[in-house]
Structures are given as C-alpha cells and as structure tokens.
Ligand binder design. Sequence first.
Ligand SMILES: [Zn+2]
Length: 324
Amino acid sequence: MNYPIISLFSFLLSVQFAFSDVTSFDWKPSFNDEPVPQERLEAIEAALPDIALAVPDSPRKILIFSATAGFRHASIATGKVALDRMGIKTGAYQTLISDDPENFEVDVLKTFDTVVLLSPTLDFFMPPNKLREDFSDAQWNWLHARHERLIANLVQFVHAGGGLVGIHAATDSCYEDEDYGNMIGGYFWGHPWSWRHNVTVLIEDSEHALIKPVFGDMSDFRIQEEIYQFKEEPYSREKLRVLLSLDVERSDEPMAKVPLRRTCGDYAISWVQSVGEGRVFYTNLGHNHHIYTDPLLLKHFLAGIQFATGDIEADTSPSASLEK
Ligand SMILES: [Zn+2]
C-alpha cells in the first residue's frame, strides 16, 4: 500500500530537480554574422533616402530582431545597417538592434512603437532543432513555453495598437502558431524563384498612401530576388491589402524543383493589414544584399515602417473588397 506514496515522493523529487534545472538556466540566441564590407556600407549610405516620408508625431523607437532557429540569411547584417542608418538619416525612428528575447517581455515590448522582424526563421526564440541534444527535457520545455509566451506577447502588442514589420523570412517562422500566421499574413511554401532570378514586380495599388510617395507613376519594376509562394492559408486577399505582386509571365521561369502550387496564380510580395488596433506591413523582398542598397526599395521599407509606427495613415481594406 505504500507504493503510491513512494511514487508521489519520487514525482515531487523529479519536479524539484526539473525546477532547479531550469531556474539556473538562461539561454539566449546569439549569432556571428559576417561584418558588412566597406564597399556595401558605402552603397547603403548612397542609397538612403534624405528625408522621412512623414514627420513622426513623436520620437519613434523600433526594435530590429533577427534571431533564427532555421536558415540564417547572410543579408541580415546588411539589412540591420541599412534600417538603422535610414532611421538616423531621415529622423523617422531610432532603433534598438537586439536578438534578446527579454525585449518581448510585456513591460519592455511596450516601450517600442514597432517591432521589425528582419528575416527570423522557424521558432525564433528557440535554439535550432539540431541542438536539441544539448538541452535537457526540462530546459527544452522551458524554452518552448517561453517561446509561446513571447509570441503571444507580440500578438497582444500588435492587437493593442503596436506596429509590426515583417521582412522576407518573417513568413518562414512560427508555423505552429496560428495567431502569428494570421498576424504576419502568410506562410512560406517554397521559393519557385531563387536569388538568381530576374523577376517583374507589379505595383498593384498605385494610388495607395504607401505606394504613391515611393513609386510615383511606375507600374512595375525589375529586380533580381528570391520570391516566395505562400501556403493556401492564412494568406488571403480577403484579409490583406496587397501592394506589390509578381508578374509571373514577365519573370524568369520558376525552378522545376519548386512547382507553382497556388492554383489562383496569386504571388503577392508586399502587403499591409490592420490587426486589432495595430498595423502590419510585410514584404517578401530582402533576401539579396542589393535589396538594401536600392534607393527605391529602401523607401518602400521606410513607408512600411512609418505606416507601422502610425506616422503614415494608409487604407488597409482588403484587396478583395476593392474588386467587389
Ligand atoms: Zn531568402
């Protein structure tokens, strides 16, 4: 009859061990990115816009976060410099560049106007799965619980009126979290066009407040860039205002190994949406380094950031509603 008591005792003991195991545990993502070469720093500097697209209502603080639990883009370092310098030069915002998960704790998060997710991948507050063996079960469970909690904090931050900018692989992230998927607007489904491909980008919404000040009367442009296709869900023109999309006919042939799977033929590139009281801008552009040394595309990022901070008002009515 004393078996259940022993069992309870050993259970409590194991809980205590698990608890002490994780309380002394403080893992943070860290990365050794290649420094940006001088020549590219100069190219960034030459491409930066001179002035903001709108005068900020108050000093804006943005967090640039780019932790990766999967593929890590070499262009992250370039993007960090470009976005940071653009804020300083135009006066549109100040940046904190950090991969510290601590910034996603509620009290810290609310000190930012906007969070920029610069090509993070997979469950970005977690270590890569290939390092799973380096952690005990208790540690891994603790990390996973923290990841879910911090993503929920981010979703809540946006719903409550915060801004979110997703760049490139921000849609190759958090596949298990439906709220994240709905907030960012789509999930990566392979890239039929690789970084070598030359593609034509259609400017869909030429009168839109984020498009007109950047692209003027242009109807399209050519770029060498990796282009994603998005899973059937949650991407939808019933929810998103699509600003840029791919002209498949006037782009290089997609790679045979990544077949086009979207039956509607819709390959959106940049969009905005309202999420609760908050504002979300996402763009697929940002794989290649030269995206961040292109004056037009830096301005496109600036428009997205200033929309997210609330300094540019823009229509977020879903694209599908305009066609009805
Ligand atoms: Zn990429």
